[in-house]
Write a protein that binds this ligand. Structure first.
Ligand SMILES: CC(C)(COP(=O)(O)OP(=O)(O)OC[C@H]1O[C@@H](n2cnc3c(N)ncnc32)[C@H](O)[C@@H]1OP(=O)(O)O)[C@@H](O)C(=O)NCCC(=O)NCCS
Length: 381
C-alpha cells in the first residue's frame, strides 16, 4: 500500500480493514474502547523516524472488471502498490478484500522484531465461540497464507521475531479460540499477556488528587506540545525505568536508551498523527525524577474515552502511594482539560501486582484480555 497523501479520502481497502478490525474486537470483547478509526489507522501508516508500518491486502478483483496488476507500480517487496488514500480505480472499488496484514517495525528499539496485525473479512471470520476444530478450511488456509506473508516480510526487513497481539473475551482461556489455533499451528508461542481495565470518571470524581496535594514533590503537567526542556533528563530516566520494569513476558527488553532527541522525535510523530496528551511528571525539589503518568487520545477517537498509556514510579519512591497519586492527578487533569472524557482505559500485565493493586484500588474493572503470540524465525529456519 502506498503511504497516505491526506487523511480525508481513504480508499476502500483502508475503510474495509478498519471496519473488519473493529467488528472483530467488538464481537470478541463486547466493548468498543479498543476500536480504531480510519484516521488513526492512516496516521499509523505514515513513516516516522521511530516506526515503519507496511500494510498488505489480499485483493480479489471482480471477474467482470479485473485489475491489471502488471500495470500497477511495484512496491518495495515486489508486490503491486495500490493507494491508501486518494482516487482509486473502479476495479479496486469493486474488488473483494479477503484479509489485511499490518506489519510494524520499530527503527531504534527492538531491532529483531516485526509486529503483525492480521484481520480477515467478516465472511471468513468464525464466531468468537467457534471451536478451533470447526473453523472452515478456507479461513484456515487464508490465515496461514497471511502468516506466511508476515514471516516473508520479516525476513525481507532483517527481523528474526514475529509478534502478534490478539484480543480475547474477558476471562477467556487464550488457547480456546480460532486465532490461538492459527498462531500455535504455525509455531507461535504466547510470549506475553495483558488485561485491559476501564474506569468511569463520574464514579471517581471525589477521589481525584489535585496537583497541590503532594507535599515536597513538584508536579509538572504538560500536553502534546512537548516536555519542557528542563525536564527532559528526568523524563528520559523515567522512560528508561519504565522500559526496564514494565513486565514484558518473553518479548524482551529494549536496550535503546531514551535521549532528548528520541523524546522529541516521538512527540513530533504524535503531533503529526493528531494525538493529544496529558502528561504528569513528578520530581523532587531539584527536578530529579519521581514518577510519570501519560494519558493520550487520537483526535478522531470516541471523545468520551481516553487511554492511560504509561505510569511509572522511580524504584526508590515506590510503596509510598506515589503510583496511586500520579494516576489520580492525571485523572484530575483530564477532568479539568478534557471535560468530554467519561472513561479512562489502560492495559497491564496480569502479573504486575503493583499496578493491579492500584487499578483495583482506584475502582478500575477488567473489560478484556489480550495475548501476544511470538515466533523466533531463527529457531525454525
Ligand atoms: C506499579 C508501580 C507504578 C507502583 O508504584 P507505587 O508508587 O509503588 O504504588 P503505590 O505505593 O501507590 O501502591 C499502592 C498499593 O499497591 C500495592 N503494591 C504496590 N507495589 C506492589 C508490588 N510490587 N507488589 C504488590 N503490591 C504492590 C500495595 O498494596 C500498595 O499499597 P501499600 O504499599 O500501602 O501496601 C511501580 O511499581 C512501577 O513503576 N513499576 C514499574 C512500571 C510499571 O509496571 N507500570 C505499569 C504499567 S503501565
Amino acid at each position: 500500500m502506498s503511504p497516505p497523501q491526506d487523511y480525508t479520502s481513504p480508499t476502500t481497502v483502508v475503510i474495509n480493514r478498519v471496519l473488519m478490525a473493529n467488528l472483530e474486537i467488538q464481537e470478541t470483547t463486547g466493548h468498543t474502547e479498543q476500536c480504531t478509526t480510519v484516521e488513526a489507522f492512516l496516521a499509523a501508516l505514515q513513516p516516522s523516524p521511530e516506526h515503519r508500518n507496511y500494510f498488505f491486502a489480499d485483493v480479489h478483483p471482480d471477474p467482470e472488471s479485473p485489475i491489471n496488476f502488471s500495470q500497477l507500480p511495484q512496491g518495495e517487496f515486489g508486490l503491486p502498490l495500490i493507494p491508501a488514500t486518494g482516487p482509486e480505480s473502479d476495479n479496486l472499488l469493486t474488488a473483494d478484500y479477503h484479509a489485511f496484514l499490518l506489519c510494524g517495525v520499530s527503527v531504534q528499539a527492538y531491532p529483531d522484531q516485526l509486529s503483525a496485525s492480521l484481520v480477515v473479512d467478516a465472511n471468513y471470520l468464525p464466531a468468537p465461540a467457534t471451536l478451533a476444530e470447526d473453523v472452515p478450511g478456507a479461513t484456515y488456509d487464508l490465515v496461514h497464507s497471511m502468516i506466511d506473508l508476515a514471516e516473508t516480510i520479516a525476513r525481507n526487513l532483517g527481523r528474526s521475531q514475529v509478534t502478534s497481539w490478539c484480543y480475547l473475551g474477558n476471562g477467556d482461556n487464550p488457547f480456546a479460540n480460532f486465532w490461538s489455533r492459527a498462531w500455535s499451528d504455525h509455531g507461535y508461542i504466547v510470549a506475553h499477556r495483558e488485561d485491559q481495565y476501564l474506569v468511569e470518571m463520574s464514579e471517581n470524581s471525589s477521589e481525584l488528587v489535585s496537583p497541590a496535594d503532594l507535599a515536597g514533590i513538584k508536579v509538572h503537567c504538560y500536553d502534546e506540545a512537548g516536555c519542557p526542556d528542563y525536564l527532559l533528563p528526568a523524563l528520559c530516566q523515567l522512560l528508561d525505568i519504565a522500559e526496564r520494569d514494565i513486565p514484558a513476558g518473553d518479548l524482551g527488553l529494549s536496550d535503546t536508551a531514551w535521549t532528548s532527541d528520541r523524546v522529541r522525535s516521538e512527540e513530533k510523530s504524535a503531533q503529526d498523527g493528531n494525538y493529544r496528551s496529558i502528561n504528569v511528571l513528578l520530581t523532587n525539589e531539584q527536578n530529579q525524577p519521581v514518577a510519570l503518568s501519560q494519558i493520550s487520545q487520537h483526535h478522531s477517537d470516541m471523545p468520551e474515552v481516553a487511554s492511560q498509556v504509561l505510569t511509572v514510579v522511580m524504584p526508590e519512591w515506590r510503596r509510598n502511594g506515589i503510583g496511586t497519586a500520579v494516576k489520580r492527578i492525571a485523572w484530575h487533569q483530564v477532568r479539568e482539560l478534557w471535560p468530554q472524557v467519561r472513561s479512562i482505559g489502560t492495559s497491564m500485565a496480569p502479573d504486575n501486582s503493583g499496578m493491579l493493586a492500584i487499578n483495583n484500588g482506584l475502582g478500575m474493572t477488567r473489560v478484556s484480555r489480550s495475548c501476544c503470540w511470538m515466533k523466533d524465525l531463527k529457531a525454525v529456519s
